[in-house]
Design a protein around this ligand. Structure first.
Ligand code: GLU
Length: 451
């Protein structure tokens, strides 16, 4: 490994020992860009790797809110504005009990490179809170969102930072935050948040974008392998918005998702989640706030495996983890390999532990695609929403889908080409890191040494 890369990784491990997810993602990205750093001595001269590790700005604030009984609760709010060398900060807000500084920093760091891959002029940020929206009443969510925005509004804006959704933050939460934003700033301010309802400036197609984009990426991988998508059986993890889009697009293309997972376990539906009724039911399950995938098994009479993940499921061709970070560890990766799966397509952010990812990439017959490229359709359509808002335009779903398709194909091709350029073959993981780190580094160097 390049000496400079090695030194920075070691420094990060020591300095941020209390932020394990953040250290994990820095190690994953930096360890695969050695050949790029070898080829660019100016990156070390400009301390690029050290500068990229430290966010440009971090905002942390308290979020007090009243429940329906009048009890006061307090959560922590975060916005980590990582890197704006390419454009205004852009990235989601996550509401989940697991949220802490390490999680938000890993997501923000990744977001910078993901957003660079999108080919659109956006920088990277991430934020959220350790608030759990599951089981909360609509009014409680509303009060929380208004209080959260009160803590955040001074630090965002259409030319500064445009937050969007992530886990636990969908169109409903964005709507409540946007209402609070308009009141606090007395302004529409070109939309300010993305993922809004199309009634007030949201883009058509945003709910579908991440899942559809992931399947468009998968199509490019299969094309590269001369392997048809029709008839493929896919193990999907998660049952939220992203999984919904994945299942829908797979069904449309003649493939089928056969598993879904939740915090309670996973379901196996050998006929596939292909009918309109099943796909619509996924939205109902999410909206119910019960956060239980067992509901699907009860409704459609399929098998439910309590407390298990779908990675040991036999008779699948493709794996698509769409749930959350570190969903696949070494033991699970071994099961995937033992079952002869050929395609491992990450969709959630960092769904694989670093050792499991290396193990999967080392398999001769396996193709691994990284989340920062595969799930980039979501933030790309968000960036298109920013463009539509600033131009006071509304593109129909067909137009947005056309852009999304083009962007996802472009990401696949440019990341595959980057790996090829450095003699690494069809290594999509390294290719995504090489292409995006190079882009952000060059943008930083061209803007001087002072920031
Ligand atoms: N949270 C999503 C992501 O990780 C979407 C971000 C956005 O739309 O800005 O890319």
């Amino acid at each position: 490994m390049n000496k400079y890369v090695e030194r920075v990784i070691n420094e990060v491990k020591v300095k941020y020992a209390t932020e394990p997810e953040f250290v994990q993602t820095v190690e994953e990205v930096y360890s695969s860009v050695s050949p790029l750093i070898d080829a660019h001595p100016e990156y070390e001269e400009n301390a690029i790797l050290e500068r990229m590790v430290i966010p440009e700005r971090v905002v942390m604030f308290r979020v007090p809110w009243e429940d329906d009984q009048g009890n006061l609760h307090v959560n922590t709010g975060y916005r980590v504005q990582y890197n704006s060398a390419i454009g205004p900060y852009k990235g989601g807000l996550r509401f989940a009990p697991s949220v802490n500084m390490s999680i938000i920093k890993f997501l923000g760091f990744e977001q910078t490179f993901k957003d660079a891959l999108s080919t659109l002029p956006i920088g990277g940020a991430k934020g959220g809170s350790d608030f759990d929206p599951n089981g909360k009443s609509d009014k409680e969510v509303q009060r929380f969102c208004a209080s959260f925005m009160q803590g955040l509004f001074r630090f965002i804006g259409p030319d500064v930072d445009c937050p969007a959704g992530d886990l636990g933050v969908g169109a409903r939460e964005i709507g409540y935050m946007f209402g609070a934003w308009r009141r606090l700033t007395a302004s529409y301010a070109n939309g300010a948040l993305s993922g809004k309802d199309p009634l007030f400036g949201g883009s058509a197609f945003r709910p579908e974008a991440t899942g559809f984009g992931a399947v468009y990426y998968l199509q490019e991988v299969l094309k590269h392998e001369n392997d048809p998508i029709e008839g493929k059986r896919v193990a999907v993890a998660g049952f939220g918005n992203v999984s919904w889009g994945v299942c829908r697009k797979l069904a449309e293309l003649g493939a089928k998702a056969v598993t879904l997972s939740g915090p309670d376990g996973y379901i196996y539906d050998p006929d596939g989640i292909t009918t309109q009724e099943k796909i619509d039911y996924m939205l109902e399950m999410r909206a119910s706030g019960r956060n239980k995938v067992q509901d699907y098994a009860d409704k459609f009479g399929v098998q439910f495996f309590p407390g298990q993940k779908p990675w040991g499921q036999k008779d699948v061709d493709i794996i698509m983890p769409c749930a959350t970070q570190n969903d696949v560890n070494m033991d699970e990766a071994k099961k995937i390999v033992a079952n002869g799966v050929k395609y491992y397509i990450e969709v959630a952010n960092m769904p694989t532990t670093n050792d499991a990812l290396r193990f999967l990439m080392d398999q001769k017959n396996m193709i691994v695609a990284p989340s920062k490229a595969v799930n980039c359709g979501g933030v790309s359509v968000s960036a298109l929403e920013m463009s539509q808002n600033s131009e006071r335009l509304f593109w129909d779903g067909e137009e947005v889908d056309k852009w999304l398709h083009k962007i996802m194909k472009g990401i696949h091709d440019s990341t595959a080409a980057a790996a090829e350029r450095y003699g690494l073959g069809y290594n999509l993981v390294a290719g995504a890191n090489l292409a995006s780190v190079e882009k952000v580094a060059d943008a930083m160097i061209k803007q001087g040494r002072a920031f």
